[in-house]
Design a protein around this ligand. Structure first.
Ligand SMILES: Cc1cc2nc3c(=O)[nH]c(=O)nc-3n(C[C@H](O)[C@H](O)[C@H](O)COP(=O)(O)OP(=O)(O)OC[C@H]3O[C@@H](n4cnc5c(N)ncnc54)[C@H](O)[C@@H]3O)c2cc1C
Length: 473
């Protein structure tokens, strides 16, 4: 028997990325009869996996922080939070090539067991990739950033680098320390990113609560973490999931004196699907195409633009990296992750699978795979001497041309939603007005906010999902 009541409101969710999945689950939890429509032949949106020569690779390494409450709650609801454990207190080895074949320099960014912001003071003051003078200047800037008002619209009028320079930061400090965090979290360097987004990341993730930046990532492919569990959960809640169902139009009901214009359904090619409410959880470009003028979204959404991410996946015949994750400065390598177990490779077989994640990859996105692989391999060999003798058994490049929106100054007013002028139409997506950069957390926050709105428009209400205990590896 279907768990959905015969008179349940019909809600259509358009888009099966994390925003759409979380909206669909929240609507189904609220008692709605949900239909999720995804244009591609798979769910997961920007998080997906593929098989190659018996191993499973993700389209790109995804990590999240302990401060990502909504995303953790989403994993709890899927029953997969234990598959993406926290790796203990924040501890990132940061390597800098020695040059001329000599050993790299290592410095750790880690937290000490004291309250924020003192928890990172020792790492900043001991950061070997900067001179003592530049290290001493880090602390007052970090303290000033902690007191930036995230609601101040002026934050979106300048780049993070302009603010950092005003607070005594050198070019070396910006590229070797601040960009280490800014680039992977906002997909832009400090020179480009809006102060508003960078301040959100540093305040929420690093400077306010000591354990907020503890890092977690999946021990299984993203398809096992998000996609299949979400599909199973939705089906168990009586929702219908339709793939290869690209929505071509949002259909409006004729307004009458007693009823304002509302959405009455969607068109998938020639097929019309009726709904009492719709969540549009598609990327901003697709939303711009689909939104009717009645929705009142005047902002030119396509002006948000996009920034690519490239990942270079390398299978070595032996273990070359002694860390689960490492970062590099003054190197073509940015962040590198040990994906051996997650890819399904047998760790006892000796092979090691690494994923090098390149954010803000505007110069790499158009490069030939051979050139990318060669440069990353050379970079890894400078950082990890064991890689110099190792053989590369397989290598593959994944490219996401439109990985994230472009969070430059002036982007804030382009991030609209979740509400539109049409009461039963809500917007979701990592690009909407969540305050977060393009993250899994932002996607889930947006999906749940949109679900709350459409449920309210139908008279239903979302039931918050229970949290389970955190798991650490
Ligand atoms: C390589 C890479 C690495 C990343 N790393 C991280 C990370 O480490 N940490 C982190 O937090 N975030 C990371 N992100 C960002 C994060 O993955 C995204 O912000 C998030 O997954 C976006 O979710 P979304 O649902 O908003 O959008 P999407 O995932 O883009 O989903 C939108 C969906 O809508 C569908 N769609 C579009 N048009 C239609 C239509 N007309 N009809 C039906 N369906 C349609 C699309 O096919 C797509 O499936 C990364 C992204 C990439 C690409």
């Amino acid at each position: 028997m279907s768990p959905v009541a015969a008179d349940a409101p019909r809600v259509i969710v358009v888009g099966g990325g994390l925003a759409g999945l979380s909206a669909a689950i929240a609507c189904a939890d609220g008692g709605a009869a949900v239909t999720l429509l995804e244009g591609r032949p798979r769910l997961g949106g920007a998080t997906w996996s593929f098989d190659r020569h018996g191993l499973v690779f993700d389209n790109g390494q995804h990590v999240h922080l302990r401060c990502c409450d909504a995303y953790r709650g989403f994993l709890d609801r899927l029953g997969t939070a234990d598959k993406a454990p926290f790796r203990g207190p924040l501890a990132i080895p940061v390597l800098r090539p020695g040059g001329g074949g000599s050993a790299p320099t290592l410095s750790w960014i880690r937290r000490d067991p004291v309250p924020a912001p003192g928890h990172v003071a020792r790492s900043l003051l001991g950061y070997r990739h900067l001179s003592v003078r530049h290290r001493l200047a880090l602390v007052p800037a970090a303290l000033a950033l902690r007191f930036v008002d995230l609601d101040d619209p002026r934050l979106d009028t300048e780049t993070f680098a302009v603010w950092l320079r005003r607070h005594g930061q050198s070019s070396a400090a910006i590229t070797r320390l601040w960009d280490l965090i800014t680039l992977p979290t906002t997909n832009l360097r400090a020179n480009d990113v809006s102060l508003a987004l960078a301040a959100k990341v540093f305040k929420t993730g690093l400077l306010t609560t000591a354990d907020a930046a503890d890092i977690a990532w999946s021990e299984v492919p993203l398809s096992e973490l998000h996609v299949e569990p979400a599909r199973r959960l939705l089906e168990s809640l009586g929702a219908e999931v339709r793939l290869r169902s690209r929505v071509t139009e949002l259909l409006l009901a004729d307004p009458s004196p007693s009823r304002p214009a509302g959405v009455r359904g969607v068109a998938v090619g020639g097929e019309v699907l009726d709904a009492e409410a719709v969540v549009l959880a598609v990327p901003h470009d697709a939303a711009a195409d689909l939104l009717p003028p009645e929705a009142g979204v005047a902002a030119p959404l396509t002006a948000l633009g996009s920034v690519p991410i490239v990942n270079v996946h390398l299978v070595f015949d032996r273990k070359v990296m002694p860390y689960r994750l490492a970062a590099a400065v003054d190197s073509p390598v940015q962040f590198v992750f040990d994906r051996t177990a997650a890819s399904g490779a047998d760790p006892s077989g000796g092979a090691q699978v690494l994923a090098v994640s390149l954010s803000g990859a505007e110069s790499e996105i158009g490069e030939r795979p051979e050139a990318l692989i060669e440069r990353q391999l050379a970079g890894l060999r400078e950082l990890f001497p064991l890689a110099r003798q190792a053989e590369v058994v397989d290598a593959v490049v994944t490219r996401e041309h439109e990985a994230t929106f472009r969070g430059v100054p002036g982007s804030r007013p382009l991030r609209v939603g979740p509400a539109t002028r049409i009461a039963n139409l809500a917007l979701a997506g990592t690009w909407t007005d969540t305050g977060w950069p393009a993250t899994m957390e932002g996607a889930v926050v947006s999906g749940q906010a949109a679900a709350d709105l459409v449920l309210a428009s139908t008279g239903a209400r979302r039931h918050p999902s229970p949290r389970r205990e955190e798991v650490s590896a």
